[in-house]
Design a protein around this ligand. Structure first.
Ligand code: KIV
Ligand code: NA
Length: 269
């Protein structure tokens, strides 16, 4: 059994073979990806893809902890990173520490992820100086859709300098890696070149130091909408519905259960 990767291993992967990551929310999904991913993110996207919430804003600490515990049971070699949910860290570094410590203690995650650039630098420093490795997340930050005005591409035109400043701020504050979401590829390449920590792209650039996708998106399980940056590697939602339709037809035609699924009066000899 390989030892679990640590934040320092992720940091050291800067500029090497691209880091591979997916989100996970359940034990079987975590088991499926453990051997293939360098790290697995218990993303607050869980609220949208598993709980049917309209955004990530309604995700709670309790939801993150339950899903984090489930994912931890399915991992042995990949590192586990857990998202801090909306409202659990923005108020102060102290609030962030209290909730990050709880997430790590109750789930066994090796690091937390939080959204925000320059404005979260003080909090990132506060956590990393006190034993909590932080993955940053800049560009499109879904917990801020109400102030960003929707899920638009970030960092274009005049916003480019602010995005570069965000990247510098989270790296200088001590983040061991940074997720770049939905920004122009040229900006992602510039950030990747200027930072000493790995960049993890989602809707960013193949030049990033790693990539992440929401697993339900890439498996075709979440079909409410498909972002341009999602590549569907399977269509499990369609396959699942076809299987359910076949089961329903079998039941209505008394074709299920068949002889191999039922029990006789006597135990077999
Ligand atoms: O919650 C999530 O799934 C994420 C990734 C898309 C980076 O934050
Ligand atoms: Na997230």
């Amino acid at each position: 059994k390989k030892r679990a990767l640590l934040p320092d291993d992720i940091r050291a992967a800067k500029g090497g073979t691209p880091l591979v990551s997916l989100t996970a929310y359940t034990t079987p999904m975590a088991q499926m990806m453990d051997a293939h991913c360098d790290f697995v993110l218990v993303g607050d996207s869980v609220g949208m893809v598993l709980h049917g919430l309209p955004s990530t804003l309604g995700v709670t600490m309790e939801m993150m902890i339950l899903h984090g515990q489930a994912v931890a049971r399915g991992l042995s070699s990949a590192m586990m990173v857990i998202d801090m949910p909306f409202g659990s860290y923005e108020e102060s570094p102290q609030q962030a520490f209290r909730n990050a410590a709880r997430l790590m203690a109750e789930t066994g995650a090796g690091a937390v992820k939080l959204e925000g650039g320059t404005q979260m630098a003080e909090t990132i420093a506060f956590l990393t100086e006190r034993g909590i490795p932080v993955m940053a997340h800049i560009g499109l930050t879904p917990q801020s859709i109400n102030t960003l005005g929707g899920y638009k591409v970030q960092g274009r035109g005049a916003a480019r300098d602010a995005a570069l400043a965000d990247a510098d701020a989270v790296a200088n504050a001590g983040a061991f890696a940074v997720v770049l979401e939905k920004i122009p590829a040229s900006l992602a390449d510039d950030i990747t070149a200027r930072l000493a920590i790995p960049t993890i792209g989602i809707g960013a650039s193949a030049g990033c130091d790693g990539q992440i996708l929401v697993v339900d998106d890439m498996l075709g399980l979440f079909t409410a909408f498909k972002a341009k940056f999602v590549k569907r590697y399977a269509h499990l939602g369609d396959d699942g519905e076809a299987a359910i339709a076949a089961y329903a037809a079998d039941v209505r035609a008394r074709q299920f259960p068949a002889s191999e699924h039922i029990f006789g009066d006597e135990a077999p000899t």
